[in-house]
Design a protein around this ligand. Structure first.
Ligand code: T6T
Length: 324
């Protein structure tokens, strides 16, 4: 009987060891669903995610829609869930419209980390609300980013005159927060009037023509804050097309390669670069930690690099220009 117990215990021990070895050997598949596939911001995020996946021996699957739009993103998410990855990283394109589609992932036993944008309030694992189920939110502090943009634009225009925000559309956590931070910070500059926000649907051409219309209505416009890559690119192009380069100051959120020239020529005064590769890297690490039984912070904040013509040649700054 004793011998039997000992043999049985040994067998359990061996099985447990084998189980542990299997877990250590398991090659996890982690899916990354970006806001859209052709945006240098998400291309850079993918590079960071791939670096982290390689470091932990996981496979990274990158699958997204061609436009930043929940109607296009939801079917991509459904297809990703059907592939049953071990975890999903996603930049939800709307705070509310992605809640139910993402719940399907949780119901299928697939943990979710949101990167860049959030659903609900962005406060996860609180037991409150209907959208707190993601494990973690890995992103820039977008309210702070908006405040930084306001201070930079206020300085560029000498703290007086009319400015406006070129933005994507309401309902996106990141760009909503940037606008919120921008407008709140501008309250500290009584000489500045913030005109109505212009929404461009992430279309740089639309942002450029809106700039022209705003100037047509307000010949004394002195500045614009482009709250994301396409908004900023479009606003800068609009300023150039209107022949107002240098007269209408541009503060850009995001840093695609074209920003380097725009800073050098003075078309854009300041670019606030996010660290998308860092977001992708820590997004994968958060998922991997969760999958291997570690606890994970519910929010992970990543940094910014502020670029202007005086520092853009510095390799420690230039390395944060987005990859394509
Ligand atoms: O600004 C980024 C991202 O943070 C935002 O959520 C959507 O737009 C970008 O991808 C830039 O195009």
């Amino acid at each position: 009987r004793k011998l039997f117990t000992a043999v049985a215990a040994l067998a359990v021990g061996v099985a447990a060891l084998a189980g542990a070895a299997e877990a250590a050997d398991k090659k996890f598949t982690i899916a990354l669903v970006p806001g859209l596939t052709t945006d240098a911001f998400y291309i850079s995020m993918r590079k960071g995610a791939e670096a982290a996946a390689a470091a932990v021996g996981a496979e990274l699957v990158f699958q997204g829609a061609p436009d930043f739009n929940p109607v296009l993103q939801v079917p991509v998410l459904d297809a990703v869930i059907a592939r049953k990855p071990d975890a999903i990283l996603i930049a939800p394109t709307d705070k509310t419209q992605l809640v139910e589609p993402l719940r399907k992932a949780i119901d299928a036993g697939i943990p979710v980390v949101t990167v860049d944008t959030f659903i609900g309030t962005g406060k996860y694992q609180t037991g409150a609300g209907d959208a707190d189920f993601p494990i973690s939110y890995v992103a820039s502090d977008n309210v702070l980013g908006g405040r930084m943009a306001a201070r930079a634009l206020a300085a560029a225009v000498g703290e007086k005159g009319k400015v406006y925000v070129s933005n994507v559309k309401p309902g996106i956590s990141t760009t909503d927060q940037r606008e919120e931070g921008f407008k709140d910070e501008m309250k500290n500059f009584p000489g500045i009037e913030v005109l109505d926000t212009q929404y461009n649907d992430n279309d740089a051409n639309k942002a450029a023509s809106q700039l022209q219309s705003v100037i047509a209505r307000n010949g004394d416009l002195v500045g614009v804050f482009g709250a994301n890559l396409f908004s900023a690119l479009g606003a800068a192009n609009g300023v150039q097309q209107a022949g107002k380069s240098g007269a209408v100051k541009v503060v850009a959120f995001d840093a695609p390669t074209s920003i380097v020239d725009n800073l050098k020529t003075g078309l854009v005064d300041i670019a606030i670069a996010q660290h998308p590769a860092e977001i992708g890297y820590f997004g994968v690490m958060a998922a991997y930690a969760h999958l291997t039984g570690q606890s994970v912070p519910t929010s992970i904040g990543t940094g910014f690099t502020v670029m202007d013509k005086t520092n853009i040649e510095d390799p420690n700054v230039a390395k944060f220009v987005y990859q394509e």
